[in-house]
Design a protein around this ligand. Structure first.
Ligand SMILES: [Zn+2]
Length: 225
């Protein structure tokens, strides 16, 4: 689970990985015979029993640096990824936190990354914590974000990522009934297709920590941790 790939002066929310570190992490995956793929590709491969060697790479929030920094590196490595976009904030900035301000992808950038083979999926409309929403707002966050992205990209949107990783049984059920094929959580109590666990990767993650995280993620995925 990544957010932003960029140079930075301050990063209080620990959402940014420098381009050099990111490339090193991709190189580490490749050196171990692993390939980064989108969640859609990973899940299809799992369904077909051929997911060995694949690692799902996700980028939350849809920062502009996904298009300018992450995708060029991913393409060089022959990797794919999923970007979870806040549909009501396209071309704007991350107004949901207290900064630093980072620009979000424009419609044109979204079309470019989709054209480069990246999976574009939904992170809601306004990046709100879903357990605090009423029924109507919850439905709008899930359904409108999906249909507006599908209209912009002219392709189906299969995935959702819960803002802040906040999801109770109610939200998980709502995501499923809104027609999403899968959803990414962070540390779900009960992992499932609509509550997939993810592991945070940050600037401090070099090979030893990456190896530890890979092992831990594998255990968590099987619900043992
Ligand atoms: Zn987010």
């Amino acid at each position: 689970m990544y957010h932003s790939i960029d140079h930075y002066r301050e990063d209080p929310h620990l959402v940014t990985v420098t381009p050099q570190r990111f490339e090193g992490q991709l190189a580490w995956l490749r050196a171990r015979g692993l390939r980064g793929v989108s969640m859609a590709e990973l899940l299809d491969a799992q369904d077909a029993g051929r997911a060995r060697g694949l690692v799902g790479l996700t980028f939350d929030d849809g920062y502009a640096d996904f298009a300018t920094r992450a995708v060029p590196a991913l393409v060089r490595f022959g990797f794919g990824a999923t970007v979870f976009v806040v549909s009501g904030r396209i071309g704007s900035y991350n107004a949901w936190d207290d900064g630093p301000r980072k620009p979000l992808m424009t419609v044109e950038q979204l079309r470019t990354v989709a054209g480069a083979g990246m999976e574009v999926a939904s992170h809601g409309r306004h990046h709100v914590s879903l357990p605090g929403t009423g029924g109507t707002e919850l439905r709008e966050e899930l359904e409108e974000s999906r249909t507006s992205l599908e209209d912009l990209l002219d392709q189906p949107v299969r995935g959702f990522a819960y803002p802040y990783g906040h999801a109770t049984g109610r939200e998980i059920e709502a995501v499923r009934s809104a027609g999403y094929d899968y959803a990414c959580d962070i540390r779900p109590d009960e992992p499932g297709r609509h509550a997939l666990p993810r592991t945070y990767i940050g600037e401090r993650d070099r090979w030893l920590r990456l190896r530890a995280k890979l092992v831990r993620h594998e255990l968590r995925r099987r619900s043992r941790v």
